[in-house]
Ligand binder design. Sequence first.
Ligand code: ASP
Ligand code: MG
Length: 413
Amino acid sequence: MSRLVMKFGGTSVADLDRIRNVALHVKRERDSGHEVAVVVSAMSGKTNELVAWVKDASALYDPREYDAVVASGEQVTAGLLAIALQRLGLAARSWQGWQVPVQTSDAHGVARIEAIEASGIEEGFRRGEVAVVAGFQGVHAGTGRIATLGRGGSDTSAVAVAAAIRADRCDIYTDVDGVYTTDPRVVPKARRLERIAFEEMLEMASLGAKVLQVRSVELAMVHGVPTFVRSSFDDPAAPRPGTLICGEEDIVESQVVTGIAFSRDEAQVTLRRLKDAPGIAASVFIPLAEAGINVDMIIQVASGDNRHTDMTFTTTTADFERACALLTDKKAAIGFETLEGSTDVVKVSAIGVGMRSHAGVAAQAFQALSDKGINIRAITTSEIKFSVLIDAAYTELAVRTLHTLYGLDRVAA
Ligand code: ASP
Ligand code: MG
């Protein structure tokens, strides 16, 4: 018998009607003979509400108690879905993270799954039960405390459960019908992809596409779990397949560029006239690292006079103020003249495994952007992607320009 994990996100379980609709999707798969583990999110908006309550209770909250509170949203939907399934005549049982158990690290609020003991769920399968697992949560084995996986973490729960029960596939049901070449709200001509490679999806998610939690794609890639992104808003009796995330070897016709991602959560910091001497990069980036500030793009200007150089880097908007304050504090020790910063920047990236075997892909983009009068502030490239940092005001224009340039626009049928 084949096994399936079906994951439903917040909008798919937003109220009891939506949960009844989910039950119909699950019934369809049970009726066609699959053993099914369902992983659910909290009702949409619920986790935000719980997080706000915690912060309201105390700005300096205990992260273990944060987890005790925010994990509750998924407990509710798991129980409700089990009831809805039973009402349709299916055997079903809910499982909280600690009951499975889903063992995690002790990094409360951003815990990682370390192991899943699948035997309880598998015994349930033998009794004919659908397992309804609360996503986003697990338990730290050492302390026995509930831990959560970071926002969007139920995607990761789903893929991890799929790996643990050796599921044939993992279906991630959401409010869109698949993965698109870019955000359709920005580019109406964006196309749904039939397939996308794990590595490409990983880059898309890391570079700003919000369909899946990054960690879930990593896990799917490591364990080779074929994962579909598909819509829970389809008629349960006539669902469409969605987008398959799979190995590169399973993609027949691939484009050079598969998708365009963008992230507005970027800030730029530039240090002018740094001493040009060994150790200068370390003197800037070690204090940032020690403060837990993540740095993304880094550009050091090659010095002309052998005495001074400029250094630019990007970080998240949340860390921007802290990074500026910290460096300003260390101005004398590091030895720079001025610090300039901006949060009005956006990172636009093009992704495709085809870039490995094609030269000049990024160069075409630089030309196309300049033709539109868009100035590039910083560039990074790697094997299957490149990114440009530009003024936020040009986001839409840049994304649309690259989307057209690489032949991704949907042609009218
Ligand atoms: N409910 C959690 C969140 O909103 C986890 C998830 O939905 O994936 O982040
Ligand atoms: Mg999500």
